[in-house]
Design a protein. Structure first.
Lengths: 486, 110
């Protein structure tokens, strides 16, 4: 009986435990089911979001594709229009008013040394000379190391005819003449040795030898041409090798070696064209060495030496004039301080420059230059100051002074002064101008007044005039222009 | 009144009717680069400007992030690009880099 009772109690206890475990298990299963349900819901949300994102991406991709197709079509049109046109043009057009005046000296003399009784003391004026100047710039760049630049030019006075005059080729496009289109610049530049200590460039053609360093201010041009304008301002053809000394000498330093031709008397008549048959008129070649000594954007120091071979003069016995007579040497050192002080806005926008130069004529045996069989040396100084006008944004006033001695004879025939080169003046030259930006750099204006006080003969020929024989007492020009550039 | 004085007066009056607009100057930008950055960056102005295309310089200038773009082109110039002077001359530098950008086709110097 006891055994039976014990077994029953044990069985009931076991059953009770089993029932308790099952309930717990059931609860756990329930929790798991709920968790699975939550996960399924979350997964569904993620799937929906992923699907939405995918659809949006597809839409965006489609839009990009359509845009790309449109751009591709547009590029094709641009390509068809201009890909084979390797010239990039720019325009520089200027219309100017000039008021000119010349006063002959009371003791004016002719070039032959006799008194100029017809003109002595006479005053000549032109109160209304108008000019147009068009420069069509042509840029063509294969890459940064190989490019071409050219400039077609017309510089005419209003009412000029269309017949080419006898103007020399070295100033035909830089001073007012006829309305014919001319070639002012055309040269290519090839840079090489960029990883050398002294990288080099080679260039040939009709070089940018006008409106050089310092003359750019009086022309209202920001960027100067290649040479020093104190001794060189001419349109010339030549070849150039440039040595960049920046890494081995001073910042911004370089040396250019230029060899070219300013005059060639060859004939073009048949049956032997391009032969020089004139024994007294040889080719005038030149060697020019412009050097940037230092340039850090604020301080700029440049120097130049030039030698002109077969310079024109006359024979001492008087049998010939305007013929090969000797060699001319020219040298100049020019300095510019651009921004006098960073502390003061007025001074920061101001520019100061000074330049000294000399010329030396060396006639051959039996010949004269400047009416002398001996070497004659001329000197010149040039100084200028530009400062903000305080009225316009970027406008500046400029004041310049030049002095040239008795035998001073630079090569500045293309200087853009209707009354003749002011830099070549043998005496004192005074100049004031106002450069005015009207629409930024695209439309500018200038008013300029120049007064040349000639102490000696006006310097308007090569080397066959005698500086000691006076002609003009003074000359003056008022010029006002409006200039479009784009 | 002499013809000289008349001409001068006419010219002055003529020019006084023009109104001037604010502008930046690429040439000034080149000089600023030469003066402040050429030595630091160790490259010519042309090489610096050619680091990016015109559209890239444009986009940065319009977004007001040109200094960052220039720092990207010349990391050593960061101090200058973040300085007070840079803000004053930014428009000139922009004009310069835009004019001589990689795809500008413009020729920097002869």
């Amino acid at each position: 009986m006891k055994k039976t009772t014990f077994s029953l109690v044990a069985a009931m206890a076991v059953a009770g435990n089993l029932l308790g475990d099952e309930a717990a298990l059931q609860a756990q299963i329930q929790k798991l089911m709920e968790r699975i349900e939550q996960l399924e819901k979350a997964q569904g949300t993620i799937q929906t979001e992923t699907k939405t994102t995918l659809e949006q991406t597809q839409t965006t991709l489609q839009e990009i594709k359509e845009e790309q197709t449109a751009q591709s079509d547009m590029l094709s049109r641009v390509n068809a229009q201009s890909a084979n046109d390797n010239i990039k043009w720019d325009i520089d057009f200027r219309t100017a008013y000039h008021n000119l005046g010349y006063q002959y000296a009371d003791n004016a003399m002719k070039a032959d040394g006799t008194p100029d009784t017809a003109n002595a003391g006479k005053k000549l004026t032109n109160p209304s000379l108008f000019t147009n100047r068009l420069w069509l710039g042509m840029g063509s760049k294969v890459n940064n190391d190989l490019f071409f630049y050219g400039q077609l030019a017309v510089y005419n006075y209003w009412g000029a005819d269309t017949v080419a005059t006898s103007d020399k080729v070295w100033q035909a496009n830089s001073r007012p003449n006829e309305v014919d289109l001319g070639l002012r610049q055309a040269y290519f530049v090839y840079k090489f040795g960029n990883d050398w200590d002294v990288p080099m460039s080679f260039s040939a053609g009709r070089r940018a030898a006008t409106d050089g360093f310092l003359a750019n201010h009086r022309e209202g041009t920001a960027k100067p041409g290649s040479p020093l304008a104190h001794i060189t301002n001419m349109e010339v053809d030549g070849a150039m090798v440039q040595f960049d000394l920046d890494q081995v000498f001073l910042p911004g330093s370089y040396l250019k070696v230029v060899y070219g031709r300013a005059h060639d008397p060859i004939g073009r008549t048949m049956p032997t064209p391009y032969i020089d048959t004139n024994a007294k008129d040889d080719q005038v070649d030149f060697l020019v060495l412009p050097m940037s000594v230092y340039d850090n954007g604020q301080h700029k120091l440049m120097a130049q030496y030039s030698m002109i071979m077969n310079s024109k003069g006359d024979r001492i016995d008087g049998s010939d004039d305007k013929i090969d007579a000797g060699t001319t040497h020219l040298a100049a050192v020019s300095y510019q301080l651009d921004g006098l002080s960073e502390e003061n806005e007025f001074l920061e926008e101001s520019t100061l420059f000074a330049s000294a130069a000399m010329s030396s004529t060396n006639p051959d045996e039996g010949y004269r230059m400047l009416e002398s069989g001996e070497n004659k040396t001329g000197y010149s100084v040039w100084a200028g100051f530009l400062f903000p006008d305080m009225m316009t944004d970027g406008g500046r006033f400029g004041l310049e002074y030049n002095y040239g001695s008795k035998y001073w004879s630079p090569m500045t025939w293309a200087e853009d002064s209707a009354i003749g080169s002011k830099i070549a003046t043998r005496g004192n030259a005074y100049e004031g101008y106002w450069n005015i930006p009207i629409v930024g750099k695209n439309l500018t204006a200038q008013i300029r007044y120049t007064y040349l006080d000639h102490n000696h003969r006006a310097n308007t020929t090569c080397y066959w005039d005698n500086p000691l024989e006076p002609n003009l007492d003074h000359s003056q020009e008022l010029r006002a222009f409006v200039r479009y550039k784009y | 009144m002499t013809s000289w004085k008349k001409a001068a007066m006419a010219a002055l009056i003529g020019f006084s009717v023009f109104s001037t607009a604010a502008h930046a100057d690429a040439q000034k930008g080149i000089k600023l680069y030469q003066k402040n950055l050429k030595e630091t960056c160790g490259m010519s102005g042309a090489a610096f400007a050619a680091k990016f295309k015109q559209a890239e310089w444009d986009k940065a200038y319009k977004a007001g992030t040109l200094s960052k773009k220039m720092t990207e082109a010349c990391p050593k110039g960061k101090a200058f690009f973040e300085g007070d002077k840079y803000k004053k001359v930014e428009s000139h530098l922009y004009d310069f880099v835009h004019e001589y950008a990689k795809d500008s086709g413009n020729i920097p110097s002869c």
